[in-house]
Design a protein around this ligand. Structure first.
Ligand SMILES: Cc1ncc(COP(=O)(O)O)c(C=O)c1O
Length: 400
């Protein structure tokens, strides 16, 4: 809420009156850091980029080829709001081959990235004034989506004891009258940890018992390095699932994702999609048809192997430098490392790493409140040689 003074100050500075809603939405704290990292690049400094949340690989050739063909051969017009039928069908087949699940294409809605899938599902499930429970630390935009909807994220601190994930006990303990549901991410950003199957089952039961809804962000499925993780749909057919072509399929800039909803909820979400997006990106949808081809999957599996090697190098290196890493991250491409032995203000420390050692990382502050000033997120979205350069520079900084 504005005070009269802050209201007048805003009008004076901005020339318009932003809503409370937008005024309260937070920026990514890392954005300024990112801007500075780019400036240092341009100025010729050798910056190791470990701040990005996207694969460094270019779009796999079969996907790029399919996009070019689509541009040459089809009119690029609006598609159905829920996506082209061929792609919904392909995604349905993906569930069959990957998880052995029969998911009707009508339950799948193609979206502009997981971002709009999350926004639409939150909009469907959350009334103004309600809360949605999620782990702290977690992906920052979820908090802002909920604020946008006049609702609120209920952040529950998670520790290594529960694999840095929510548990059914935590859900039960923190459930409030105004809780609309629970969001899980497995593997998660920034921790890379997964929710074990038994826990997924227990949480699903607990959420049902409490009368809420369960959303599982499965965006990093395909990028797990010990074993595949189950989809929540193998356990709970009434859960909402969010996924995307951004991470495993390496298509961040194509802005394409999908959601799976219970049968009765799909038409409601389609209604939202019509109004909010009209349709997902047409060229990207035709490109994504090639994402499931065996030749593409072969490329993606090779890249996953690269990610595994990078993770092992980074985790081993950070541990030997004294970073707190009680759990080896099983998936995604992040390491969320405790740096209490070095600083009690990782925001400031990340700036120093950038300015003095030319290593770009993301401070914990972006991901929540719980011990966030003690943590740094390192993305291994850069080659093994660059990760080694970063580790050498860290070694130099810490041990001289
Ligand atoms: C956990 C999580 N969910 C959702 C998103 C949004 O992804 P998309 O590019 O599909 O919109 C991200 C992006 O980094 C993420 O880490």
């Amino acid at each position: 809420m504005y005070t009269a003074e802050s209201f007048n100050e805003r009008v004076r500075c901005m020339g318009f009156v932003p809503s409370n809603r937008v005024a309260e939405i937070e920026t990514f704290k890392v954005m300024d850091l990112l801007k500075r990292a780019k400036q240092l690049d341009v100025a010729g400094f050798d910056v190791v980029h470990m701040e990005a949340g996207e694969p460094d690989f270019s779009t796999a050739a079969p996907i790029a080829e399919a996009a070019k063909k689509a541009i040459d051969s089809a009119a690029i017009q609006y598609t159905p709001a829920a996506g082209i039928p061929e792609l919904r069908e392909q995604i349905s087949l993906w569930y069959q081959s990957k998880y052995g699940l029969e998911i009707a294409p009508e339950r799948i809605i193609v979206t502009t990235g997981a971002s709009s899938a999350l926004l639409m599902i939150f909009a469907l499930l959350t009334d103004a004034g309600q809360t949605f429970m999620m782990a702290d630390p977690g992906y920052p935009c979820n908090r802002q989506f909920l604020r946008f909807l006049e609702a609120k994220a209920q952040l529950v601190p998670v520790t290594a004891e529960s694999n840095l994930q929510l548990t059914s006990e935590l859900v039960e303990e923190h459930w409030q009258e105004d809780t609309a549901g629970v969001l899980l991410a497995s593997p998660a950003n920034p921790t890379g940890t997964v929710v074990p199957e038994a826990q997924l089952r227990a949480i699903s039961e607990q959420v049902k018992q409490s009368g809420g809804s369960l959303i599982v962000d499965e965006l990093y499925h395909g990028l797990t390095y010990e074993q595949d993780v189950p989809s929540v749909l193998e356990i709970d057919n009434s859960a909402f699932v969010v996924n995307s072509f951004s991470k495993y399929f390496g298509m961040t800039g194509w802005r394409l994702g999908w959601l799976v909803a219970p049968e009765e909820a799909a038409p409601e979400l389609e209604k939202l999609a019509q109004n909010l997006m009209i349709s997902p990106h047409t060229v990207s949808q035709y490109a994504a048809l090639a994402a499931f081809k065996p030749e593409t999957l072969e490329i993606l599996e090779q890249r996953k192997e690269q990610f595994r090697l990078r993770r092992d190098l980074l985790v081993g290196g950070l541990r030997s430098l004294g970073f707190e890493l009680p759990i080896t991250p099983e998936g995604a491409f992040y390491v969320y490392a405790g740096a209490k032995h070095l600083t009690d203000d990782t925001f400031d420390y990340c700036w120093r790493l950038l300015e003095e050692d030319h290593i770009a990382t993301t401070p914990g502050k972006d991901f929540g409140h719980y011990r966030s000033n003690e943590f740094i997120r390192f993305s291994y979205t850069t080659g093994l040689d660059r990760i080694q350069v970063a580790l050498d520079r860290l070694e130099q900084r810490i041990h001289g």
